[in-house]
Design a binder for this molecule. Structure first.
Ligand code: ADP
Ligand code: MG
Length: 692
């Protein structure tokens, strides 16, 4: 879509264009897609007698009095009468001149929200207009749209610009093309684009306001559907781009895998074997694998990753595993080293903090191919790191990385002719519906079974008045030789405050439990310190670990059987579930105590209830989605999607299935429409998706 510069509109100079840019509006055409948040009904005058508190309305009447009154605050109170009743206007800020306007008998019309005040129904600082004697000034013909706006850009101004944009559209000066072919539109029962835009910007007086407020109007749904379609098409394109590259075919079998499996102290679960078969099928093809493995906490994703990595090594290639934090990466390094070194495989470690000779050495081993396996943080994929023959990149806890970082791997094939296979592992169970859109470009495998012998974590909610009982519980667990976590949650979005609180908790618990060793990890500590404390906890030198949510993902200490989570109401369900997954990893019965601060709101009570009743990460995620919406569930950066303008993944969830059908149909019947649609909705962002 061509973009017509905003300054071609009357009255738009650089300052205004800058304000519009803040609203993500780059061209005149964009204004057409800048939809109202809601509407005001100024199309009719409401009799005062039928006003309802909390509702916006236009009323018209005659001033009967205007007085300055002393309530809690001084205000100007204007009484207004129509044939049906009396209401008041109240101004806390006013000028003498303003008071003068409201002489007895003056007729005026106002718009505002009626509220119940001390004199009956009152309008605080309404918009009003004096009516000349005879004039029955016209009311608006359409509902008044209220747009999302920004500082320095008032509604009337923005409205006027949008009207201008429509005038340009009518004069043929700019165009927005209907990209969905008629056939598809009628099959999917979608109204025409132009119709939708007209309707939503200028709805008729009888438009169903509630339906519009819910985003459920066919015109809104059509646009949301088109936007979701554009995202789907864009992800599809990324996938096609990657899969145009060649990948190494990994199907050599030289006994490595079976040697690995016989040395494991357990056998794989059915789900692990099934997922490995799916991965094996991908790896054997000459097209890069793009597969997401979802598995609840503790489902054993690491072993699955290890098996996939062995396939690369067996074929004479390299494999790399990247984790989002130093702590996790180090844990993986230990596991993989323990498993692989006995098989004669050299495992290299690379993190941002690895410096000097050790770093040079690790890099040399990787570039010369002496190390077959690399484990580390995103440092692995920095420019100065070269692989000899990288065939597989495994990324743990994908939701912490953007699509961008993930695709940067593509350049690490290094052989010049191939692109590595990608395996992404996440413990954040993403509801299927969301997975489809957030990861539309990935194939999905699920490890939907936990290893045998796990006992579900018993979860209880306890008010923090009973803190001392909880301390006793810790004492008992530690006396039995078990370990415990005490998790402090985020305070008011402030990491500093949270860390302080954790320090205080550590001190009180050290005092209360003098016979046990208490450690502390939080986000403000140096990673070396953190790693040291974690290692001490893992090795049993610490009995109790006080931590902020930095321990959320991946940490594996099977001897820990008790977790206290303070103020769990501050966290989302999925996050609580992740945290809780740190216990219940061994065979003893484990407990999770949700130490809340009363009183709990109804919704918090409901959320904690879900956690008490269920240990199924997917069910919990579904509930989380219902209770909080996808932005929270996936995290704004985690969706792999750039922000949606109109669609709302939670509200429009039921559209996702149709989006997939529509996308398939469009690519078949009108593939030439795909690119313009992506451009229309993602613009530059599409470029960012695509170029990596
Ligand atoms: P996650 O999926 O959360 O990353 P891990 O890979 O850390 O889980 O595995 C959790 C624990 O379960 C580890 O101690 C691991 O060795 C163990 N484990 C993995 N698979 C099995 C299995 N099939 N049987 C028994 N234990 C297993
Ligand atoms: Mg893990």
């Amino acid at each position: 879509m061509s973009i017509t510069p905003l300054d071609s509109l009357a009255g738009v100079g650089p300052a205004m264009a800058e304000r519009l840019a803040r609203l993500q509006l780059a061209g005149v055409e964009d204004l057409l897609f800048h939809l109202p948040l809601r509407y005001q009904d100024r199309t009719r005058v409401t009799p005062i007698a039928t006003l309802k508190p909390g509702r916006e309305a236009v009323i018209e009447g005659e001033v009967t009095a205007a007085d300055i009154v002393q309530g809690r605050r001084r205000s100007l109170l204007v009484r207004l009468r129509d044939g049906s009743g009396i209401a008041s206007l109240r101004f806390f800020h006013f000028s003498p001149a303003q008071k003068g306007q409201f002489s007895r008998g003056t007729r005026l019309r106002l718009f505002g929200e009626a509220r119940t005040g001390s004199t009956g129904l009152e309008f605080y600082h309404p918009e009003y207009r004096l009516l000349r004697d005879d004039a029955a000034a016209e009311v608006e013909e359409t509902l008044t749209p209220i747009y999302p706006t920004t500082e320095g850009l008032a509604q009337p101004r923005l409205r006027a610009l949008i009207v201008q944009a429509f005038e340009r559209l009518d004069s043929g000066d700019i165009s927005v093309e209907e990209r969905l072919p008629d056939g598809l539109r009628s099959r999917f029962r979608l109204p025409a684009l132009r119709e939708c835009l007209d309707y939503l910007h200028f709805p008729p007086p009888d438009a169903p306001l509630e339906t519009l407020a819910e985003g459920a109007h066919p015109a809104q749904r059509r646009l949301a559907l088109e936007e979701l379609l554009a995202h789907q098409l864009s992800l599809h394109r990324v996938r096609l781009d990657i899969q145009r590259d060649a990948a190494p075919e990994l199907n050599a079998s030289n006994g490595l895998a079976s040697r690995f499996l016989t040395r494991l102290p357990f056998s794989l679960t059915g789900a692990q074997r099934r997922v490995l078969t799916e991965i094996g099928g991908d790896l054997a093809r000459a097209t890069p694998m793009l597969r997401l493995v979802q598995g609840d906490v503790g489902s054993g994703k690491t072993v699955v990753a290890a098996m996939a990595m062995l396939a690369a090594v067996a074929g004479g290639y390299q494999a790399a595993l990247m984790a989002p934090t130093e702590l996790l990466a180090e844990q993986h390094y230990r596991s993989l080293k323990g498993w692989f070194e006995p098989l004669g495989i050299d495992v290299a470690w690379l993190s941002g903090k690895l410096k000097g000779k050790a770093r040079l050495d690790a890099k040399a081993r990787l570039s010369e191919g002496r190390a077959q396996v690399a484990v580390g943080t995103h440092a692995l994929f920095q420019e100065d790191v070269h692989f000899h023959r990288l065939a597989l990149a495994v990324i743990d806890e994908q939701h912490r990385f953007g699509v961008h970082q993930r695709l940067a791997l593509r350049q690490k094939g290094e052989t010049g002719t191939t692109t590595p296979h990608q395996l992404i592992m996440t413990a954040t169970p993403i509801p299927r519906t969301l997975a489809m859109s957030a990861y539309a470009d990935l194939d999905v495998s699920m490890i939907d079974e936990l290893p045998p012998g796990r006992t579900p974590v018993k979860t209880v909610a306890v008010a923090d008045e009973r803190r001392s009982e909880v301390t006793e519980r810790i004492r008992n667990a530690c006396l039995e030789g078990r370990q415990a976590y005490w998790v402090c949650t985020l305070i008011e979005e402030s990491e500093a405050l949270t860390c302080q609180a954790a320090e205080v908790t550590r001190d009180t618990l050290t005092e209360a439990l003098p016979e046990f060793a208490v450690g502390l990890v939080h986000g403000r500590m140096k990673s070396a310190e953190k790693a040291e404390v974690m290692a001490a906890f893992r090795d049993g030198e610490l009995d109790l670990l006080v931590a902020t949510t930095v321990i959320e993902v991946g940490v594996d200490v099977p001897n820990a059987s008790l977790m206290i989570i303070e103020n769990p109401e501050r966290l989302g369900l999925a996050q609580l579930h992740q945290l809780r997954g740190r216990v219940g990893r061994g065979s003893v019965e484990s407990f999770c105590v949700l130490l809340y601060h009363p009183p709990l709101s109804d919704s918090s009570r409901e959320r904690l209830g879900v956690l008490r009743e269920s240990s199924d990460g997917f069910r919990i995620a579904e509930r989380d989605l219902e209770l909080r919406g996808p932005g929270e569930v996936l995290g704004t950066r985690q969706t792999g999607l750039v922000g949606m303008k109109i669609a709302d993944l939670s509200r429009d969830r039921d559209l996702l299935e149709r989006v997939r059908e529509l996308s398939r149909a469009l690519l078949e019947e009108a593939p030439e429409a795909a690119e313009p649609l992506v451009q229309r909705w993602l613009g530059d962002a599409a470029g960012r998706y695509g170029q990596v």
